[in-house]
Design a protein around this ligand. Sequence first.
Ligand SMILES: [Zn+2]
Length: 142
Amino acid sequence: MAAKTTIANAPAIKTPPSREAPKIRLYALQSALEAAKNTYPREFIGLFRKNEKGELSELVLAPLASYDLSSSSFNEWNLPTDISLTASFHSHPGYSNKPSEQDLAFFGRTYPLHFIAKLPFSLSSVACFDRNGNPLEFKVIS
Ligand SMILES: [Zn+2]
């Protein structure tokens, strides 16, 4: 008699983490890209707020942000404690949207999602990462 496959002895199915790709509203992302262009050659940093559907729907400016030539930062003690803020966005005034060491440290300490935009700050210049710095696919919705 052949061994029955039960849930208990079924081979583990290798699936990617079942987390759905984050969704971001086109308008929110475009607002951030516009801000990045206006702040260039300094870095821009902002936050995204999610709506009741879990979509990143609104750009929020970080309080007391300082936009420097080499790095953007804000005092994390001044970060709003609003739980609807779930993502950061910052621009790199260059052609890489890979997180720096400093970015990775920031990612790990703060929000679950992080966006980085590189030049020329178009929709295709944006990369999304989780708090460990792993790249994530994301969906732009209108
Ligand atoms: Zn960075």
